[in-house]
Design a protein around this ligand. Structure first.
Ligand SMILES: O=C[C@H](O)[C@H](O)[C@H](O)COP(=O)(O)O
Length: 223
């Protein structure tokens, strides 16, 4: 077992029969979905709302019942991964490119739980490159602006050498900041920048973080 598996399995214990559950994206969420699929196979009733095409594909393969976000009135709890988490439960997400749909699903959720391994715990956010989702039209001008600000943006590429395209058909600029002194102010700046659709700063957007360790034990941080 690794830390991701421990956290993913532990999060499945939080799910109650009849819930509508936001399903995050990534390699840690994979283990949560695996545990959820076992519950469903044993007769557990639930509805999932996915945050990416990758998660829809996995859920379909594992016969987890799904609805689109527009088809549910509310989500009881969302379980998602994160790339970095600080002690105030603020985080960076979007390493897998799913930040926009993840933020939409998180905002529609009554409760949010993040599942991570211990490597994701940080003193200060920013060593992980901050993903910024931008519209392809004129993206070079947004890149130039962010460069001038000293944010060291880098266009994300896919394995085929083409720009990485998100599920919502946007590009991603990863900001190589090293550390973020004032996350609120940076989030506010990015929120108001024309051409930016969303960014990976998730501030005050989770109530619980489950940290998994290689020996299988977990630690929970709560607000
Ligand atoms: O866009 C991807 C998501 O924000 C993921 O939840 C995040 O990148 C963590 O992924 P993983 O669990 O694979 O490290």
């Amino acid at each position: 077992m690794d830390g991701k598996q421990a956290a993913g399995r532990r999060a499945a214990d939080e799910i109650k029969d009849g819930m509508t559950i936001g399903l995050g994206t990534g390699s840690t969420v994979y283990y949560f979905l695996e545990a959820l699929a076992k519950k469903v196979a044993n007769g557990f009733k639930m509805t999932g709302v996915a945050t990416s095409q990758k998660t829809i594909d996995l859920a379909n393969e594992w016969k987890i019942p799904m609805h689109a976000l527009n088809d549910v009135a509310k989500i009881d709890v969302t379980v998602d991964g994160a790339d970095e988490v600080d002690s105030k439960l603020n985080g960076i997400k979007g390493g897998g490119g799913a930040l926009l749909y993840e933020k939409l699903v998180a905002k529609a959720s009554a409760r949010r739980i993040w599942i991570v391994d211990a490597s994701k715990k940080v003193e200060q956010l920013g060593a992980f490159p901050l993903p910024v989702e931008v519209v392809p039209f004129g993206w070079k001008h947004v890149h130039a602006y962010l460069s001038e600000k000293g944010y060291r943006p880098e266009l994300r590429y896919a394995a085929d050498g083409q720009p990485y395209v998100t599920d919502a058909h946007h590009y991603i600029l990863d900001l190589h900041l090293q550390s973020i002194a004032n996350a609120e102010s940076l989030a506010n700046e990015l929120d108001h920048l024309t051409g930016v659709v969303e960014h990976g700063l998730f501030l005050g957007m989770t109530e619980k973080v489950i940290i998994g360790y290689p020996d299988g034990h977990t630690e929970t941080l709560e607000k």
